[in-house]
Design a protein around this ligand. Structure first.
Ligand code: SF4
Length: 356
């Protein structure tokens, strides 16, 4: 996480949004941390709207979020995405580690819908809430959300560190998928339900970010431009900043964006695979986390030599009777600076993270 003192100022963000619009960007996700904690969030939203960008506020719904809603709506905000940790307050607050947060989120969702703003509810699914997927769907419908994202956890960064606490069993993952498929039929025309499949039990990987450096970019609060939000987990990449470059220069010329763009970087089995320009070899961050090589085939693919070990690992981690406690993110820590007894192992048995 970036310190507040390192964040871009208002004028620089406005320049970046102008450059994004000129570059052809259509859709801006105002995220964080918590975007409503910025004093200038209304000003920035209005600026995005003036620049012709569709604006989506991705928020926890706690703190200043609700108090800023009227001003954000008046500024032309197009859409709100709210994260929830579980369907039931006691479990949601146990997972999120914040007392009173669930009730605040429900009030916030009500305020969003009352103002006529379209609402997406996002729920990251893991061992601690996989049994509540049916209730999460009912809750999102009751909240009058337009869209619900049931997203199985992607295990890199902090989630990788917490993997053994978060991994559901295959039976739990399969049951959650069946519930989503049934609910899609039941609530057709009322709510759209997106599903992010659990990689560790999949046969093919996701086309992560639609392909590295193809469709999306992330600008961090301090101005670094990333091909995906987790790209900083890959060591050795040179991430350029909008503090001293234009966004177009970063997009087209930065070494980090060109490292895995297209298909030339691929090795076998991806290089000769007919799906290589469909899934782009899967997730680079996951490939690094599990194999130690960011250019390897994502082990979520059944053609990877590490696919079976990945599934064995998931079965083993999900079958413990008592999961370990969560390791929470803090401003001063990063996953690779945790004590060695909390480090995760790769599929080759070595500690996760870059090779020394
Ligand atoms: S081998 Fe590579 S390109 Fe082919 S399906 Fe697997 S991950 Fe995708």
């Amino acid at each position: 996480m970036d310190r507040r003192s390192q964040e871009l100022d208002t004028a620089t963000w406005m320049r970046v949004f102008n450059e994004a619009a000129r570059l052809g960007v259509l859709h801006v996700h105002l995220s964080g941390g918590e975007p409503t904690a910025r004093q200038d969030i209304v000003e920035l939203t209005a600026h995005c709207v003036r620049s012709g960008l569709y604006t989506n506020l991705i928020t926890s719904g706690v703190g200043a979020a609700e108090a800023r809603l009227d001003a954000l709506s008046d500024a032309g905000l197009d859409h709100v995405q709210l994260s929830i940790q579980a369907a039931h307050g006691d479990n949601a607050e146990r997972i999120g580690g914040m007392s009173g947060a669930h009730a605040q989120k429900l009030n916030f969702a009500r305020s969003v819908v009352e103002r006529g703003l379209p609402l997406t509810v996002n729920a990251v699914i893991h061992r601690g809430n996989v049994g509540e997927v049916g209730d999460l769907i009912e809750l999102a419908v009751a909240m009058r959300a337009k869209r619900l994202e049931i997203a199985h956890t992607q295990y890199y960064g902090w989630a990788q560190l917490n993997r053994s606490a978060l991994m559901p069993t295959r039976a739990q993952a399969d049951a959650s998928i069946a519930l989503v498929e049934e609910a899609r039929r039941r609530f057709e025309g009322q709510i759209v339900i997106d599903l992010v499949l659990p990689d560790y039990y999949a046969n093919y990987p996701k086309p992560c970010t639609g392909g590295w450096g193809r469709r999306t970019l992330n600008v961090t609060p301090s101005g670094k431009v990333l091909p995906c939000h987790a790209a900083e987990t890959i060591p050795g990449l040179d991430f350029w900043s909008v503090k001293n470059r234009t966004l177009a220069d970063v997009w087209w010329n930065s070494p980090a964006f060109n490292a895995f763009r297209g298909t030339d970087w691929m090795s076998e089995p991806c290089r000769s695979c007919d799906r290589k320009d469909r899934d782009w070899g899967g997730c680079r961050c996951q490939a690094l986390a599990l194999t130690g090589d960011a250019s390897a085939t994502d082990p979520a693919c059944h053609k990877s030599p590490l696919h079976k070990p990945m599934q064995t690992l998931a079965t083993s981690e999900s079958s413990t009777s008592e999961p370990p406690p969560y390791v929470y993110r803090t401003i001063r820590s990063s996953p690779d600076k945790q004590p060695s007894d909390t480090k995760m192992t790769r599929l080759d048995g070595r500690a996760s993270g870059p090779d020394p």
